[in-house]
Design a protein around this ligand. Structure first.
Ligand code: ADP
Length: 356
């Protein structure tokens, strides 16, 4: 019913602005049941001379279609806060700082604790080592850890004004720009950050961070699938997604759901592939041995069955863990780790090129 009423409203033109009521933003609300239809129209101008005429016309048209319903059309005047907010959001989109970013890659996982943030930071270091300009946006509101991984947890972002607009200055470590939701909240408040508050803060980070020119922006998403993912996805043009999983997790429902979320026709983000993290362990004294602590071959099997590429397999390496704790991703200090991530980064670059 709402659709029919909206169609009626779209057929009525405001004589002065020459816009129909829907496109012109005159429709504030529609509530329709079989017996009762209520429409609220909002006119920006107070005492708009056409308001009454339009109200009568709308009532008449709806009555023709639903003669047995009680029809009420309200007139409201002045700016509506929702309209203002929408204008602000549109304004943000128009001026988004991500327009100077060549490729945006989302790093996702079905569950927490599989190494998604570790992979994000090391991949960023590997891409920077290849000579690319890289940024990291930590959008993991449930466990933001990028600031810690890069050793900038005490960084307090400044804002600059350019042409009357505020921009947030990201931290910068070895040519990698980093902004994290953690830089704006106290750790003790993190759990309170749900819903609209987190969404609007993320939206600001997404559109107002002064990234400058970037080749790659990596987004560390929260684990799982949820509203926050959908809102990030709808805010940005993401060029590809990388799924991080441990071997035993790889084919479980969480990962499958993650892949399906990106592949959903309404989302339509190419899944570049899976990175299998903690794939095996090799003790220093037995360099030829590989111990598949979390199972073997899970990622390969899943990748083949789901038609997803296996981008890389990263073993359990102590320096990787130490690097996260010390605020220096191990790719920048360990040759062994750097080699694994170099290959992963090259695959990601290649896959993005192919997807263009
Ligand atoms: P997530 O972002 O998925 O919650 P993290 O990146 O925080 O997971 O990683 C969880 C823990 O596992 C961290 O302590 C990290 O240092 C460690 N870790 C991740 N990958 C590896 C690895 N390949 N080898 C050793 N430790 C790892």
């Amino acid at each position: 019913m709402d659709r029919e009423i909206r169609a009626i409203l779209a057929s009525v033109i405001h004589p002065e602005t020459e816009e129909n009521l829907v496109d012109g933003g005159f429709v504030e609300s529609i509530s329709a049941t079989e017996s009762k239809i209520t429409v609220a129209l909002r006119f920006r101008k107070t005492r708009d001379p056409f308001a009454l005429k339009i109200k009568n016309r709308v009532e008449q048209l709806i009555t023709e279609l639903y003669p047995d319903s009680t029809i009420t059309v309200f007139i409201k005047e002045g700016e509506n806060s929702a309209t203002k907010r929408n204008e602000q959001i549109e304004d943000m989109h128009r001026h988004t700082t991500t327009s100077s970013v060549a490729k945006i890659v989302a790093i996702a996982s079905g569950k927490g604790g599989v190494g998604k943030s570790t992979v994000t930071s090391n991949l960023a270091v590997a891409l920077a080592a290849e000579g690319y300009k890289v940024g990291v946006l930590d959008a993991d509101i449930y466990g933001p850890s990028q600031a810690k991984m890069f050793g900038v947890e005490n960084y307090l972002p400044d804002a600059v004004q350019v042409d009357g607009r505020d921009y947030i200055i990201p931290a910068e470590v070895e040519n990698i720009k980093i902004i994290s939701i953690a830089m704006f909240i106290r750790p003790t408040d993190a759990l309170l950050w749900r819903g609209t508050m987190a969404n609007s803060a993320l939206r600001q980070l997404i559109h107002q961070t002064a990234w400058g020119e970037l080749d790659y922006l990596l987004i560390d998403l929260p684990p799982g699938t949820g509203d926050i993912h959908l809102s990030i996805i709808s805010e940005l043009k993401i060029d590809g997604a990388v799924i991080v999983s441990t071997p035993q997790q790889v084919a479980v429902a969480d990962v499958v759901r993650g892949v399906e979320m990106f592949r959903n026709p309404n989302v339509n983000i190419p899944v570049l592939g899976v990175i299998e993290n903690m794939a095996w362990f090799t003790p220093a004294e037995l360099p030829q041995n590989k111990y598949y602590i979390f199972g073997k071959g899970g990622a390969t099997r899943y990748a083949a069955s789901a038609g997803v590429d296996l981008i890389a397999q990263i073993p359990i390496i102590q320096t990787i863990m130490e690097g996260s704790d010390d605020g220096k991703p191990a790719s920048s200090t360990s040759f062994e780790v750097a080699q694994y991530y170099k290959e992963a980064a090259q695959k990601v670059v290649e896959k993005l090129l192919k997807n263009c």
